[in-house]
Design a protein. Sequence first.
Length: 232
Amino acid sequence: MLEAVMVKRLRDFTLDLTLSAKPGEITVLMGLNGSGKSTTLNIISGLLQPDTASITLNGECLCGTREGVDMPAEDRRIGYVLQNPAVFPHMTVRDNVAFGLRARHLPRKVISERIASWLERMHIADLDGVRAGSLSGGQKQRVALARALATEPVLLMLDEPFTALDAESTQTVKDLTRRFVRDMNIPCILVTHRVADSEEIGDRACVLCQGRMEWEGVPGDMPAICTVCRCT
């Protein structure tokens, strides 16, 4: 269970948000560009320092400004996939997927088995020895997803993960994400602009507007127009 309360003063507004995400469920964050969605993910992941925050994951404090707690990003066990797949272009697909596993000093056999499993699941096993810099945008995104999921994170966060994928790959990645979140019983936060994504894969939707929660509920019940800034 993720429970997060955060405040961050930004250029145009102040992000002031309370957010929770339950194990085994996908919580979808929606809103216009600049509404605070990616900022929220960056604060939870530890990549951005909040002004004040209380963030706990499965009862463990990741960030508590009152308590003086700020766990390093690499220790938070969060799988985070950005809109722009941050693959290492000079490394092979195999080494990209292995990166997080090696950082956790897992046994070689475990690393090898997980790499093989996720390359197969993402339909990129044939790209094992190819340098990531030569891949298409969709292939890079699948490598980034495989790298995140292979570490078996306790929280998965995806920022516009389907943007660079074709229709077939999008459905495959959605199915894999859904299955992984349920099988591992972990919370997942997904940022997307597409209402269809929210309805197809989301259990709960949250609409942000100027750093505040405008609406939350079942994706199919999402209103078409925001009452604060009139965004669609």
